[in-house]
Write a protein that binds this ligand. Structure first.
Ligand code: ZN
Length: 171
């Protein structure tokens, strides 16, 4: 026996989420059925709003709600230091420690020939433009300590070497 169609459809949608298998999807779908109509509408609206209202920061590529992100628009941050990370989750992780006072640059991934990701698919041009147009004195490369992260770190180090700024590898 199959689930009624709208439920089947909901289960299929939950199945598309990373890390969610069929059993979990069924559990999620039934939790939705347990919601009041108002709760379900709020749930759906949160989903739509996250997609509609969040866009990359025009400066660093971090997640933001319009214009520049909270880090870039904070005048107390040290604009002379840029920490290069793979994604916004890495920004959150570093911000949690509350020790870093510089700015960020989110690459949007790492160089990975197996996944067809080369330097052109990452926000590297934007990084070079920032270094050329602002008074950056130090670049901290904080890509993950795996093969792709190291490859990307090496690539960036070589690329910015002629620009005469300090480069630190943080892993
Ligand atoms: Zn930003």
């Amino acid at each position: 026996m199959e689930y009624v169609l709208p439920l089947q459809r909901l289960i299929e949608k939950f199945c598309t989420l990373r890390g969610v298998g069929h059993k979990t999807a069924v559990r999620y779908a039934f939790s939705v059925l347990d919601m009041s109509e108002e709760e379900a509408a709020e749930f759906a609206e949160a989903l739509i709003s996250a997609k509609r209202d969040i866009c990359p920061c025009a400066v660093c590529g971090n997640l933001s709600v319009g214009g520049s992100c909270s880090v870039c628009s904070d005048a107390a941050r040290d604009a002379g230091v840029i920490c290069v990370v793979e994604d916004s989750r890495a920004v959150m992780a570093i911000e949690k420690v509350k020790e870093y006072t510089g700015l960020y640059h989110v690459l949007g991934g790492v160089i990975s020939p197996m996944d067809n990701v080369g330097p052109d698919q990452l926000r590297i041009k934007e990084l070079l433009a920032r270094i050329n147009n602002t008074n950056v004195r130090e670049l901290i490369i904080a890509t993950n300590p795996n093969v792709e992260g190291e490859t990307t770190a090496m690539y960036l180090s070589k690329l910015v070497a002629p620009l005469g700024i300090k480069v630190t590898r943080l892993a």
